[in-house]
Write a protein of this length. Structure first.
Length: 430
């Protein structure tokens, strides 16, 4: 999708709620006119918004003149509204309303993109918003002059969709079978044309949902990056001063009681925890070009382990078959340290084991981190690599997304499976 442009909410005025349009694709001249438009400011749109929130499902507005319309080629249209909620995994009953995904339909353009206009030469199609009368008509194919001949048929049908009633009428002649490749398709096309329109509507709506989610994710990640960079800088400096002061205190002061020694160890442990979280944040916001070299995988893993404090209750084994990797050693070590730290925190105080395995295939290297921890009991697997997703009280929720970014920058993939918990990295040999 294109970069989101700035907008101002309009029309002006005080309202109980505001539902401005914040994103539209494609970002052409017509659509940019609607950015910032408060859907809640107009009665027909407001009625659809309120109804959609009540039933928590798709609602279609009555026929409208869209905000996107210019002075030329004005068409009727309608909006399809789908309410979006955020549901907490552990509280299925609790969900937070986030807004709407809209599909904006210009009816003439919409019908012509779905049905070949050539069919209108033999069949006149009219679509009504509600009962069949001229006031409710939203589409007519009369601009393509129908010339019915031969067998004339009349057909009308009412269809309920999106909490709205639509009437479709057909009148025309069945074309000469010699003019088409298969005459059997004419009656199904006319009889089920509206059903196909509705199916296409769902396709458009699904596409809009995906684009909206992508845009929200991009804006969220961008804002998070700016905030995280500022926060980490502000925390890192005083954290270094505290650690330096503690080291000086330990050198100058002899602590004779076990209680004092224990308190010092608690301070050091918490300093390490905070430092790790700050590094998580900095790794997430840093944008550095890759400096690829050939490195021994075992050496990279050993260097990663040396920088970590491995508890005595956890055994780590490495089996790499003397594999050489081609990548940025510093960034790969960030990934390895994050995955090992995750495993350590998952195992916690239990007796456990972390196995690191690697093998070569024809064009890629596969590295597996397997631990004996409890796994992702409270987390959907597909959310594991999303920013701010964590099951740990002390986690930042940025470690795994940083791993994903680094591996993808190496043109690789990272995946997670359970029973046992296994993070699998696949990166190209070259």
């Amino acid at each position: 999708s294109e970069e989101v442009v700035e907008y101002s909410i309009f029309p002006e005025g005080s309202r109980t709620e505001y539902y401005p349009v914040v994103f539209l694709e494609p970002q052409n001249f017509r659509n940019k006119q609607a950015l910032g438009y408060d859907v809640y400011s107009e009665e027909e749109r407001k009625k659809a918004v309120d109804k959609s929130k009540v039933i928590e499902d798709i609602v279609i507005t009555d026929k409208l003149i869209l905000v996107q319309e210019t002075e030329e080629n004005i068409q009727y249209g309608f909006l399809i509204l789908l309410p979006i909620y955020h549901t907490q995994e552990e509280l299925v009953e609790s969900k937070e309303f986030r807004g709407f995904v809209y599909s904006v339909i210009r009816i003439n353009d919409f019908v012509e993109n779905v049905i070949e206009t050539k069919i209108f030469e033999d069949i006149e199609i009219k679509i009504y918003d509600g009962v069949k009368n001229d006031e409710n008509r939203v589409f007519s194919s009369q601009y393509v002059k129908a010339n019915p001949s031969g067998n004339i048929f009349l057909y009308s049908d009412e269809i309920e969709f999106g909490e709205n009633l639509w009437t479709v009428s057909y009148i025309g002649g069945i074309p000469d079978p010699g003019e088409i490749q298969d005459s059997r398709i004419i009656i199904p096309i006319t009889g089920y044309a509206m059903s196909f329109l509705l199916f296409y509507t769902f396709v458009l709506l699904s596409k809009n949902i995906q684009m909206a989610k992508k845009t929200i994710k991009q804006e969220r990640t961008s804002a998070l990056g700016e905030l995280a960079a500022r926060f980490s800088h502000d925390v890192r400096n005083p954290l270094s001063n505290i650690r330096l002061a503690l080291d000086l205190l330990k050198k100058k002061q002899k602590f004779e009681s076990e209680e004092s020694e224990e308190k010092i160890q608690i301070i050091e442990k918490n300093l390490d925890r905070i430092s790790h979280q700050v590094e998580d944040v900095l790794d997430f916001v840093r944008i550095r070009p890759l400096e690829k070299t050939e490195e021994s995988l075992k050496s990279l893993l050993n260097e990663s382990l040396e920088s970590l404090k491995i508890p005595k209750n956890i055994k780590i084994s490495i089996k790499d078959n003397n594999i050489t990797v081609f990548g940025d050693s510093n960034q790969l070590q960030i990934v390895f340290k994050n995955l090992i730290t995750n495993s350590i925190q998952a195992i916690d105080k239990d007796e456990g084991e972390i196995k690191i395995k690697a093998k070569e295939e024809s064009n890629q290297i596969i590295i597996e981190f397997i631990d004996s921890g409890p796994g992702f009991s409270r987390l959907k697997m597909e959310e594991a690599f999303e920013p701010l997703t964590t099951t740990k009280q002390t986690g930042t929720g940025l470690g795994l997304v940083t791993c994903k970014n680094i591996i993808e920058n190496h043109n690789g993939v990272i995946e997670v499976t359970e029973k046992p918990t296994t993070f699998t990295i696949k990166i190209p040999k070259k």
